[in-house]
Write a new protein. Structure first.
Length: 625
């Protein structure tokens, strides 16, 4: 590590801490100020902050690996999450969520199901979901950033006592970064988080531009042509993915065959199927929802969500494509020698490129950018999780009447508590991967059905929501436990087949069982109070099966109109997915000098942007607030 690079990283950390602490005084007015910035932050700052929070290190390393191995069509792997849920949020969900005028995702549930036993059961399960997810992701970040920094930075920070290691080097690195990030996040709440994330976004964009420029200048067309095949740059695919690596790179074909994506058409189809339902279900109760609730108006919530898509993908994929090209030219030849490549080999491409193939100065900015990516995502979770502890549990059930300062102090304690629990989990390095997989597969798999029905079906009630989520979480957890114990089952048995079923193909089963729990919970209990439904429907105005509620409202308010925007919203979502995809493909084709495809993608970006201007943006401008 050159002194220049160390100095750049030091300046970045000092600047981030300075900005975060300097602006923190604005967060002391109350919970609304602390967790939502008092609904006073401009939408474009929130959009930059939201994009910054999604620019995480672990995800970037994973994207580098799959683009390296699968080529351009790997952008569709992102549909597993799915990333196009941001398009659904932009088109209609942001407006629906923001109209509630509440503080957290679980508090929003009370506006849908009421404040009786059923409503409180649904409210509580969402709050617990959000808290557990926050703790789990902090543990995930603890392990991830420590290992990343240990590979990159030259200093051994292991702490020993009596020849026994108390803290490994990666644990020490993780504790230092988490401590620094926690200081300004806890002190300043949403104001500090947004201010520092805007700064961090600038660092990340600069890193992406620098690495793209360096790669473009230092790698020749001839070098690229010798390793990148025509199929690597082909975005289209068939039912089965044929290996396109040849010659000395045959080992990469073997890795493709073992990763479980050989039936590529089925995989993409299932990703789209899951993605559609997961997207309509809406954002999970996390930092993304907090940004929507923090906007100043419904109109600005839609603007912010659209702006997040616009600012995130092009700079991120400039950086990813630049790293991948350096990896293809310098690291692929040495990797190809191995006959048994694994997914772990793909994960170390990013740190290897940074260590050995990025010049002084650019390396410092790149490391600062990746550190910023970690800190922004971490701070977003630290800010969102405690809101559910303080506002949805402590204030609602234990201390409903207290001063704003009391709740701010409680928020500080809750933030430290979540961080400490996450760090404790992070120390169990052997089991943290399993815990994280459970959170991302089981928790999120069980979330979809109940949260889809809450928008579109008037009869769906609080008990249906509770049992729908509980059933989904139970079966998803069971599937995860089976997967972890697959070696204990006889090959070819039903149990072994169930244990080895990829998570993406298990989704329809989880969805059906969740729906069964939701329908039974709904039909075996009384409907939600009509006054609650009328208030919710009048305020949020979703489309779906709301006719009995609409007719009741119409009797006293004959000018009230149904939301008939489902066709145009779905059209905008399809156009939006193409728009979002073009922003991923554009920097990739630019970096590999495939100018024919680059201009085709650029034309797609322009056309979809124009369509969205008339079909989405003009509609948003007519919102009354």
């Amino acid at each position: 590590m050159n002194a220049v690079d160390v100095t750049i990283i030091g300046i970045y950390i000092a600047l981030t801490l300075g900005v975060g602490i300097w602006i923190s005084k604005r967060a002391s007015k109350g919970l609304d100020s602390y967790f939502l910035g008092g609904n006073s932050i401009k939408w474009y700052y929130l959009g930059l902050s939201n994009g910054s929070g999604m620019f995480d290190v672990s995800g970037t390393a994973w994207m580098v690996g799959i683009l390296f191995l699968y080529g351009v069509k790997s952008f569709m792997f992102m549909w597993m999450w799915p990333i196009f849920n941001q398009i659904f949020v932009m088109v209609f969900l942001a407006a629906w969520i923001r109209r509630s005028n509440i503080m957290t995702g679980s508090e929003w549930i009370l506006t849908r199901f009421g404040d009786d036993k059923a409503g409180r059961a649904s409210h509580l399960i969402v709050a617990i979901f959000a808290i557990v997810a926050s703790v789990g992701f902090i543990a995930y970040f603890f392990e991830g950033v420590g290992k990343f920094l240990t590979i990159i930075l030259p200093w051994d920070l292991a702490v020993e006592l009596n020849n026994s290691i108390l803290l490994s080097s990666d644990q020490s690195y993780a504790l230092i970064i988490i401590l620094l990030t926690t200081i300004y996040t806890v002190k300043g709440g949403m104001f500090s988080v947004v201010a520092t994330e805007v700064l961090q976004y600038g660092i990340m964009v600069l890193a992406g531009i620098l690495i793209a420029t360096y790669t473009f200048v230092s790698i020749s067309d001839v070098q690229l042509e010798t390793i990148i095949s025509k199929e690597w740059g082909n975005v289209f695919f068939g039912w089965e993915l044929d290996g396109f690596w040849d010659g000395k790179y045959e080992a990469f074909n073997n890795l493709i065959d073992t990763q479980g994506y050989k039936m590529f058409g089925a995989f993409i189809g299932m990703s789209l199927f899951k993605g559609f339902f997961a997207s309509i279900a809406g954002p999970t109760p996390s930092y993304d929802m907090q940004r929507i609730l923090s906007t100043r108006s419904v109109k600005e919530a839609a603007y912010m969500s659209g702006f997040t898509n616009l600012v995130l993908f092009i700079p991120r994929y400039l950086l990813i494509a630049g790293i991948v090209i350096l990896g293809l030219v310098f690291i692929a030849p040495e990797m190809s020698i191995s006959n048994s490549l694994s997914t772990n080999d793909l994960e170390i491409i990013l740190p290897k490129v940074i260590n050995y193939h990025v010049p002084v100065g650019i390396k410092g900015v790149l490391l600062a950018g990746l550190l910023a990516a970690f800190m922004s995502t971490f701070s977003a979770f630290v800010n969102s999780g405690p809101a559910y502890i303080v506002n949805d549990i402590y204030k609602k059930y234990f201390k409903p009447e207290a001063s704003p300062k009391h709740y701010i102090r409680a928020s500080h304690l809750a933030s430290f508590g979540i961080v400490i629990l996450g760090v404790i989990m992070g120390f169990f390095a052997d089991s943290i991967n399993s815990i994280t997989l459970w959170i991302t597969s089981a928790l999120y798999g069980g979330y979809v059905a109940a949260n889809l029905l809450k928008w579109i079906w008037w009869r769906f009630n609080g008990w249906g929501y509770f049992w729908g989520m509980a059933a989904g979480l139970l079966v998803a957890t069971l599937q995860f436990v089976l997967e972890q114990n697959q070696n204990n089952f006889q090959v070819g048995s039903v149990m072994h087949d169930a244990a080895t079923l990829p998570a993406i193909y298990a989704f329809p089963i989880i969805l059906l069982i969740s729906l069964l729990g939701a329908f039974l919970g709904t039909f075996l209990t009384a409907p939600t109070d009509m006054n609650t439904l009328k208030s919710f429907y009048t305020n949020v105005r979703p489309w779906g099966w709301w006719n009995p509620v609409f007719k009741t409202i119409e009797k006293t308010n004959p000018v009230f109109k149904k939301n008939k925007d489902f066709p145009i919203d779905m059209f905008n979502c399809i156009i939006g997915i193409a728009w979002q995809s073009s922003m991923i493909l554009l920097p990739i084709y630019f970096m590999v000098r495939d100018y024919t495809n680059m201009f085709c993608v650029l034309a797609l970006f322009v056309v979809t942007s124009v369509i969205l201007k008339f079909t989405w943006l003009d509609k948003v401008r007519k919102y009354k607030n």
